[in-house]
Design a protein around this ligand. Structure first.
Ligand SMILES: *[C@@H]1O[C@H](CO)[C@@H](O)[C@H](O)[C@H]1NC(C)=O
Ligand SMILES: *[C@@H]1O[C@H](CO)[C@@H](O)[C@H](O)[C@H]1NC(C)=O
Ligand SMILES: *[C@@H]1O[C@H](CO)[C@@H](O)[C@H](O)[C@H]1NC(C)=O
Ligand SMILES: *[C@H]1O[C@@H](CO)[C@H](O)[C@@H](O)[C@@H]1NC(C)=O
Ligand SMILES: [Cu+2]
Length: 598
């Protein structure tokens, strides 16, 4: 332990030397120190529901030639600019995506693609030499020799070749001046072969910087449509009635700059890294607590949680007499990037990090003039603090008084949606155990790092499935937190979660042997079985893994629409990754290679 500490101190000195030599030093805007009280005061000073919900610019991922959709090539840049998060907050310096610096937004433009129509995107980094937020060279991090902000863009939920996956080691700086070891191409190919429904989103994925780059604004929504298959469903359509809601919690300094703590919980080990970022203000489409004026009719909302670590337990609450509250049902039609087989009505919807839900809300069911979207998820989820009067609110819908005539709203919530290839656990070619560990500083009890299967990203790949195969992944969570697990490329479905009996004994054994089979997992995975909620029983790209549970996940390395294998070489370098989608965990270093083999 002492020896390890000495080594670490030497490493820190080395890092300090490297950083001062390159002018690339951890740090960011805003005053150097601030208390939680100050941050809460800044957020509380922002009057709720005074800014209208923005509609992000739309960029078409196809062009129309001779009346037919054809493939296109987009160039989307990453820019530093100022963004107004609230009427009363000074403009904030952000890093954002856009087709130009003028049109760049927080979040970036919504890319609309068509199923089966390929799209090429050149992601162009125009960011400055210095980051606007602090970062930490002691977690595995992309550190360019000549300065600049490393970025890599991943299309979350996309089914595309490894060269286009935005691998953590495929990072690049402005003008592709410096490139990570897995960089292969400036232009990514998206075949758009995944199913329609739900929402994908694109975001930064650079090694060790994902949490800071997303916090700064490098994210945007991506919607895949299939008009022929979707029109018969009769869901609300058109830009006014089919909207993306990107949720993100952020804290601000009084001068408007984004807040990120510059001091780690365990600064002797990691000077800056903290296990979870929680912001005091809730932003939707880049505005803190906005409002949206809606007609008394049906709307479709594609809700994406773009927070670093916050879960949202959303409900839509209205009061017609100012006293009693009633909850307006949310008709879930899809999750992540797939439709459900049939809609499921819920009053509460738990959205994990990076998880997306596609819901229909019928405001004609709302007797009141207003409805508030509220959040009741503790943070960290599930055992942390209850949300307060600030982060317990999300946005407000102002419902127009006049009733819409039936023929003005021809949309519906259909009885059936779309079906896919069946789950079939018995088709699995093999069963793997994926174990999530958190390591603590013995002296302080603070977390120092998190690993999957006790291994680092740079250790050789152990998850090496074949294209076209089905596998069962038994994901065992030995930490205190709920970790949303995300696999690149694959689509998967949790089928059950079973509590582990004799958890302490199992944990001790795993700490010694790191081998679920030798630790007799079968004898422990016999506790209470928790069913997967009906509205999550579809093909997903994020599943929530509860602490102390073994969650059984059926993973398909194929296209779930058709059951066929991929129309590209998924075994090429640099391969893919899978990781926890709490960004602060992913950076340190709950991430492993996922390498498909022939
Ligand atoms: C920043 O982190 C340090 C170390 O964990 C903590 O003492 C401090 O309260 C944090 N600051 C804020 C504003 O949360
Ligand atoms: C969401 O909040 C509601 C109301 O507080 C609660 O009944 C429900 O159990 C919560 N859901 C989850 C998954 O935490
Ligand atoms: C992991 O386990 C901890 C404690 O056993 C639990 O609190 C947490 O929710 C679990 N995470 C997931 C994703 O299940
Ligand atoms: C929102 O949910 C939390 C909790 O699961 C995750 O940690 C975040 O990563 C997620 N946000 C995004 C953008 O995925
Ligand atoms: Cu995690």
């Amino acid at each position: 332990m002492v020896a390890a500490r000495a080594q670490l101190a030497a490493l820190l000195l080395l890092v300090a030397a490297v950083c001062s030599a390159t002018g690339f030093r951890p740090g960011g805007g805003g005053p150097p120190s601030v208390t939680e009280d100050t941050l809460e005061k800044v957020a509380a000073s922002l009057e709720m529901y005074v800014d209208a919900l923005p509609q992000m610019p739309k960029v078409l991922g196809y062009s129309i030639k001779h009346g037919r959709p054809t493939p296109t090539h987009l160039t989307i840049g990453m820019y530093q600019k100022k963004w107004k998060f609230h009427r009363d907050l000074p403009p904030t310096t952000v890093f954002v995506f856009g087709t130009s610096v003028e049109s760049a937004t927080f979040p970036g433009p919504t890319i609309e693609a068509l199923q089966g129509v390929p799209l090429q995107v050149t992601w162009d980094n125009h960011l400055p030499d210095r980051h606007i937020l602090p970062w930490d060279p002691t977690v595995p991090t992309a550190i360019p020799r000549g300065g600049g902000v490393p970025t890599a863009v991943h299309l979350h939920g996309g089914v595309h070749p490894p060269q286009s996956d935005g691998h953590a080691y495929a990072w690049f700086t402005a003008g592709f001046r410096e490139r990570g070891p897995a960089w292969t191409t400036p232009t990514y190919a998206y075949p758009n072969v995944q199913s329609p429904g739900g929402a994908l989103w694109y975001h930064d994925h650079a090694l060790g910087l994902t949490r800071a780059n997303l916090l700064a604004g490098l994210l945007g929504a991506y919607v895949v449509r299939n008009p022929a298959a979707e029109a018969p469903l009769g869901l609300p359509r058109g830009d006014a009635f089919d909207r993306v809601l990107v949720l993100a919690d952020r804290s601000f300094y009084a001068d408007g700059s984004l807040y990120m703590n510059r001091t780690g919980d365990n600064p002797g080990v990691h000077p800056q890294w903290q296990p979870e970022y929680f912001g005091e203000a809730v932003t939707v489409n880049g505005k803190a607590w906005p409002f949206l004026r809606v007609a008394r009719r049906r709307y479709r909302f594609r809700v994406i949680n773009a927070s670093n670590a916050r879960f949202f337990n959303l409900s839509l609450s209205a009061s017609s007499d100012g006293l009693s509250l009633s909850l307006i049902p949310l008709h879930v039609v899809g999750s992540d990037t797939s439709y459900l087989p049939r809609p499921v009505a819920v009053t509460h919807l738990l959205v994990a990090a990076a998880e997306a839900f596609d819901v229909v809300v019928d405001f004609s069911e709302c007797a009141a003039p207003e409805a508030e979207l509220v959040n009741t998820a503790p943070y960290p989820y599930p055992d942390g603090d209850a949300p307060n009067h600030l982060n317990g609110k999300v946005m407000k819908f102002v419902v127009e008084p006049a009733r819409v005539r039936d023929d003005d709203d021809d949309s519906r919530v259909p009885a059936r949606l779309l079906d896919y290839v069946k789950v079939a656990e018995e088709d699995a070619a093999r069963r793997r155990y994926i174990v999530l560990y958190e390591y603590e500083d013995e002296a302080t009890g603070d977390p120092t790092h998190l690993y999957i299967n006790g291994k680092r990203l740079e250790d050789p790949a152990t998850e090496t499935p074949r294209p076209g195969s089905t596998e069962v992944w038994e994901v065992i969570n030995l930490t205190q937190d709920n970790h949303p697990l995300h696999l690149h490329l694959a689509t998967f479905q949790a089928v059950r979660a079973r509590e582990l009996d004799g958890l302490e004994e199992f944990k001790h054994c795993m700490e010694r042997l790191n081998d679920a089979v030798r630790c007799d997992v079968g004898r422990h995975a016999v506790g209470e079985e928790v069913a997967v909620p009906e509205h999550e029983r579809t093909w997903k790209n994020v599943v929530k893994i509860a602490p102390g549970f073994m969650t059984t996940v059926v993973v398909k390395f194929l296209m779930v629409d058709t059951g066929r294998s991929y129309p590209f070489d998924a075994t090429a370098e640099p391969g893919y990754v899978y990781h926890c989608h709490i960004l602060d965990h992913e950076d340190n270093a709950m991430i492993r290679p996922l390498k498909l083999i022939k």
